[in-house]
Design a protein. Structure first.
Length: 446
C-alpha cells in the first residue's frame, strides 16, 4: 500500500470507522460509489445501498449512519429531506461529525447544494472521477473534523446563542465575517441572534447581507421568511417562499405554507404550478391535502369571478381529484358553480359525490342546490323544508329555500326562515334578506 498523506489518512480512518448509507435509484450508480469508497478505505460490510427515499428513511432509523451519499433526486423525491432526519437522529446522541454528500447532475443542482450550507457537507458532480470524489471527500472530512477558524468562531457563537447570550454571540459572528470572503453563514447567524433579540431591522439587514454573497442561500432565505411572516408582510414573505420553492425541492411543510400564502396574497396564477409539485409528492399529509384542495377550490372561485369558466372547471376537477373522497370539498365546488349559474358544470361533481357518499348530508345538500331555476317552485320549497326538518344546517340551503318560499307566496315562511338564518349566520344576513321587502326585513329586526 502506498504511503498516505495526512488528509488521505484522515479520510481512510473516517470512512473505515463509520457506517455509510448510499441512496440512488440506479443500481449501477450505487455500486460505483461503493467501489470508489472502498478504494478510499471504507469497509464494504458497513455500507447500506438503497434505491428509494423511503428505504433510506427506514435504514437511517435502524443504523443512524454517520455518512450519507445521496443522489439529488431519487425517483421523484429529493434526498435533501433526509438531511434533517440525519441531523435530528444524531443530535439526540450528541454526534457532531456526520457528513452528508450530495451527488448532483448539473450546475443548477450544484448551486442548490452550495446554498444548503451547513447541511450539505460537500457535493460531487456527475460524471465524477475517482480523483474528483477523493478531493471533495477529503475537504469535507477535514472541514468536519478539523474546522478552520471561521467555522470555529461560528460554532462558538452558536453555543453562546443557544445559551441566550445574544450579544456575545453576535461579536463572535462578526469576528467570523472577517475570516472569509463569503461569510454567508455568519450573516445568517447574526440575523438569528438579532431576530431573537427582537431587533428585526438589524436581523433583516444581516439576512440581506448574507444573500448578497449567495442569493439562494437556504438558511438566509428561511430566516427572511420567518421575519417577514412575523411582521405580517405577507406579499414579501410570499416572494421569499417562492424563491425557496423554486430552488429547493418541495417538501410537504414548505408546500403547505406557500399554498396558504398564495391564497392570502391572491397569487392564484401560481396555484397550478404548486399543484404540479403536489402530485409528484408520494407521502402527503392530511394537512397538506387540505391546503392543496382549499387553494384549488378558492382559485376556481376566483376564476369564476373573472368569468374564466373553463379554467375554473379545470381547477375544480383537480381539486376533486386531490380531495380523494373528502366530500366537503366536492360540496364546496358544487356550491361555487351553482352560485354562478353553472348547473350543467356542477352535475359531474354531484354524480361523483353521490357515488362516494349516497344519502349523506353533503349529497342531500348538493342535490338540492343543483335544482335548476326551471324546476317546479313548490317542489323546491317542499324539498328544502324536508332538509331543514332533517336537521341539516347549511346557509346555501336556507338562502335557496327563503328565495323559493318568497317567490311561491309563502311570505311568512320566508320571514321566519330568514330570521332563523340571520341568527345562525349573521355575517351572511344580506343573502337571506335580499328576497324580502323592506317591511318584512324590519319585522326580522324587531
Amino acid at each position: 500500500m502506498k504511503n498516505l498523506n495526512d488528509s488521505e489518512k484522515l479520510l481512510n480512518t473516517y470512512l473505515s470507522s463509520n457506517s455509510i448509507l448510499i441512496i440512488d435509484a440506479v443500481s449501477s450508480s450505487r455500486t460505483n460509489i461503493a467501489s470508489c469508497l472502498v478504494k478510499f478505505g471504507a469497509n464494504r460490510s458497513r455500507m447500506t445501498l438503497v434505491g428509494s427515499i423511503q428505504e433510506a428513511r427506514e435504514e437511517l432509523k435502524k443504523t443512524k449512519h454517520k455518512i450519507i451519499f445521496a443522489d439529488f433526486m431519487v425517483g421523484k423525491e429529493s434526498s435533501l429531506d433526509l438531511i434533517q432526519m440525519q441531523r435530528a437522529l444524531h443530535e439526540n446522541e450528541g454526534i457532531k461529525d456526520s457528513i452528508f454528500v450530495l451527488v448532483t447532475a448539473n450546475a443548477s443542482q450544484s448551486a442548490v447544494a452550495q446554498a444548503a450550507e451547513e447541511d450539505v457537507d460537500t457535493y460531487i458532480i456527475k460524471p465524477y472521477t475517482l480523483d474528483s470524489m477523493k478531493t471533495a471527500l477529503e475537504s469535507a472530512v477535514m472541514t468536519k473534523l478539523q474546522p478552520n477558524l471561521y467555522l470555529q468562531l461560528i460554532d462558538t457563537g452558536k453555543n453562546l446563542l443557544f445559551k441566550g447570550d445574544h450579544k456575545s454571540a453576535i461579536e463572535k459572528f462578526r469576528e467570523a465575517k472577517d475570516q472569509t470572503e463569503t461569510p454567508t453563514l455568519a450573516c445568517f447567524y447574526m440575523g438569528q441572534a438579532e431576530f431573537m433579540m427582537k431587533s428585526l431591522n438589524n436581523a433583516e439587514e444581516s439576512y440581506l447581507d448574507g444573500l448578497q454573497y449567495n442569493k439562494i442561500h437556504y438558511k438566509c432565505l428561511a430566516g427572511m421568511f420567518d421575519l417577514l411572516y412575523q411582521q405580517e408582510r405577507y406579499p414579501d414573505a410570499y416572494d421569499v417562499m417562492k424563491r425557496l420553492a423554486q430552488y429547493f425541492p418541495a417538501n410537504p411543510k414548505r408546500l403547505g405554507t406557500v399554498l396558504r400564502l398564495s391564497v392570502m396574497t391572491r397569487n392564484f396564477q401560481d396555484v397550478d404550478s404548486f399543484y404540479r409539485i403536489f402530485v409528484e409528492i408520494d407521502e402527503r399529509s392530511e394537512e397538506l391535502v387540505k391546503h392543496m384542495v382549499s387553494a384549488l377550490a378558492v382559485t376556481g372561485r376566483f376564476f369564476l369571478q373573472q368569468k374564466l369558466n373553463p379554467l375554473a372547471t379545470e381547477v375544480f376537477e383537480n381539486a376533486a381529484i386531490s380531495a380523494a373522497g373528502r366530500t366537503q370539498y366536492l360540496l364546496y365546488i358544487i356550491e361555487a358553480l351553482v352560485e354562478y349559474g353553472l348547473y350543467e358544470e356542477a352535475d359531474p361533481f354531484l354524480r361523483r359525490l353521490n357515488k362516494l357518499a349516497p344519502g349523506s348530508d353533503e349529497a342531500v345538500i348538493a342535490r338540492y342546490l343543483t335544482l335548476s331555476p326551471t324546476h317546479d317552485i313548490k317542489d323546491v320549497v317542499n324539498e328544502g323544508r324536508n332538509i331543514v326538518r332533517r336537521g341539516i344546517k347549511n346557509p346555501r340551503v336556507y338562502e335557496k329555500l327563503i328565495l323559493a318560499s318568497a317567490f311561491a307566496g309563502y311570505r311568512d315562511d320566508a320571514i321566519n326562515l330568514a330570521s332563523e338564518a340571520c341568527k345562525k349566520w349573521p355575517e351572511k344576513a344580506r343573502f337571506f334578506l335580499r328576497s324580502l321587502s323592506p317591511e318584512e326585513v324590519r319585522q326580522i329586526r324587531l
